[in-house]
Structure formats: structure tokens, C-alpha cells
Design a protein around this ligand. Structure first.
Ligand SMILES: [Zn+2]
Length: 308
């Protein structure tokens, strides 16, 4: 049986709009999960409350491990700007413009490294997940987080690429559809996120047939012949393929891995590659498009690996 060891364990958190997950991994070499816990974020109660929720989670982790870590990796939507130390482009409204890493370090008494959640998903799946298992020779991995928002991350040779402006992989805010009537949280119109996020897909379905339904149910209904559900999934697959073709034409990654709630929709893996092929140059596309395998904890694992 494994025991905690303050010299080698890696601690990671995924701070999302609805939940915060925390994990303790044995080590980067032996990434066995020693502890994991999820609590509600309650982000509608404001920034100070969210800081306190992270502290609550960390207290639980410390109680289990029996020690206080020296460092914590924390994933969240958006980008922490190195020059200013402020978080930008987050869809958790109360965190926008806040010095998140510094405030967490002060409140927790633990040095905190903040990373983008989709970057962490990609890192977690590359080092510990489906890429490590099935495509160990992959050099360029693009990861996509398709959930309440749409994020992306790029890992090259096992390392996150952050970019000159810290926004590498912000695939969700590529301009895709000028006819999209609903603005994105970022202030633009026609972003991939405003078309392919879970709320956007559910809204599209409701606009056709008048009945609100969760995405999982929409998928079931499409199989059963519901025409509005079929139209919703067709729209998903078409825009998904079109949007990814832009990425493939630029980066041509070795593997594309998809996580988040929408990643369970099977058509992304059956129809999706054909749509991508129809838009890429010369229509030749044989890159694996695969589902993430680390589940709800993938992002938290990646956050822990920020410290490795
Ligand atoms: Zn946007």
C-alpha cells in the first residue's frame, strides 16, 4: 500500500466554474493517485469566496496526507499573464483580472503555479492518459476541452507551449461563423465557443423545438430519430470538423485528444474526421482523434504535473 511522502508527491487542483477537484499523485515517475476530492466552487459568491473554497479543499487534502505541501499546481480557464501576474480571458467572471497565484499563495501559505485548464488536460493525457498509452511516440499533441466553454492546449515533446501572449491553444475563440447571433463571453461574435459549448448546443436545440434538454439526452434522442436532436449533432459535427481543419492546416499534430462533457459524443470520432478531411488541404487526414481517458480528474492530474 502506498503512503504519502512530502518529498515526492505532486499536488494538483482544477478550479472550474462549478467544481474544484484536488488530487495527490505519488510522483511524476509513479503517477498513482493517492487521494482525490471534488467540492463545489460556488463561484457566484465572488472572488474571496472562491479563494476560501480552494483553501477548504487544500485543508481536506492536508488532513488526508498529514502534511502541508511546498507547492501546488492549479488549473483554471484563462491565462495568467507573466508580466502582470493577473488572470485574463477566464469564463469564471469573478476571477477575471485578479492576481490569482499571488492571492492563493498568501491565503494557502503554499507556492501556487497556475496553468490553463485545457493546457493541463493536454499535459495530463500526454504523460499519463490516452496519448501515453496508445501514442507514446507522438511529438505534437493538441488537446481540446469541450464543456461549458471550449479550450485547447498544445504539448510538444511533453511540454506545454504557452506562446508569446500566453494564449497558445485558445482554439475556442477562433472566429468561425459570422451568422452566429449570440455573443461569446469574450466580447466577439462567431467564436467556436459560442457555437460548440454545451450551453450553445443546448440553446440551439431549444430554439428549434422549444423544449430545453441536457446534451446527453439530446444525443439519445438523435439516435431515436428526434429531428431537432439530429440537427443539433449535425451542427456540432460540422463546425467541430471545420474548426479543427483550421488547426490541422496550421499545426498538423500527431494526435488530437478531446476531453470534457461533449467528448462522450461518439459522432466526433466517427463523422468528425471525415468533416475535418473535407476542409483540410488535399483532403487527406489520418490523424487519430481520440477521447481523453483520465475522466473528470484529467485536468487536475495535468495541474499536478506542472510541478514535475
Ligand atoms: Zn470568444
Amino acid at each position: 500500500m502506498s503512503t504519502f511522502n512530502s518529498n515526492e508527491n505532486l499536488w494538483g487542483c482544477n478550479l472550474g466554474n462549478n467544481t474544484i477537484e484536488g488530487v495527490i499523485l505519488k510522483s511524476a515517475r509513479e503517477p498513482e493517485t493517492l487521494f482525490s476530492l471534488q467540492i463545489p466552487t460556488e463561484s457566484d459568491l465572488g472572488y474571496e469566496h472562491v479563494l476560501e473554497r480552494v483553501k477548504t479543499l487544500l485543508n481536506e487534502m492536508q488532513a488526508a496526507a498529514g502534511y502541508q505541501p511546498a507547492r501546488l499546481g492549479l488549473a483554471t480557464p484563462g491565462t495568467l499573464v507573466t508580466r502582470t501576474g493577473l488572470l485574463k480571458n477566464t469564463n469564471i467572471a469573478c476571477l477575471e483580472g485578479q492576481p490569482l497565484a499571488a492571492d492563493l499563495a498568501a491565503r494557502l501559505g503554499v507556492q501556487t503555479t497556475v496553468g490553463n485548464d485545457a493546457n493541463c488536460l493536454t499535459l495530463g493525457e500526454t504523460r499519463l492518459g490516452v496519448v501515453a498509452e496508445r501514442f507514446p511516440d507522438a511529438k505534437i499533441v493538441f488537446g481540446i476541452l469541450m464543456d461549458r466553454g471550449i479550450g485547447g492546449g498544445l504539448v510538444v515533446n511533453g511540454q506545454i507551449v504557452r506562446g508569446n501572449n500566453g494564449i497558445t491553444g485558445e482554439w475556442g475563440h477562433i472566429y468561425l461563423n459570422p451568422a452566429e447571433p449570440h455573443p461569446c463571453f469574450c466580447g466577439k461574435r462567431g467564436c467556436i465557443e459560442s457555437i460548440l459549448s454545451v450551453p450553445a448546443l443546448e440553446r440551439f436545440y431549444k430554439e428549434i423545438c422549444g423544449t430545453p434538454r441536457p446534451l446527453a439526452e439530446i444525443e439519445d434522442r438523435a439516435e431515436a430519430g428526434d429531428s431537432a436532436a439530429r440537427a443539433t449533432l449535425q451542427r456540432l459535427t460540422n463546425f467541430f470538423g471545420h474548426a479543427l481543419s483550421i488547426l490541422v492546416n496550421v499545426l498538423d499534430p500527431d494526435v488530437i485528444v478531446i476531453g470534457g462533457q461533449t467528448s462522450t459524443i461518439n459522432r466526433l470520432y466517427t463523422d468528425g474526421p471525415h468533416v475535418i478531411a473535407s476542409y483540410v488541404i488535399d483532403h487527406h487526414f489520418e490523424t487519430p482523434v481520440v477521447q481523453a481517458k483520465l475522466g473528470d480528474l484529467a485536468v487536475a492530474y495535468g495541474a499536478a504535473l506542472l510541478l514535475a
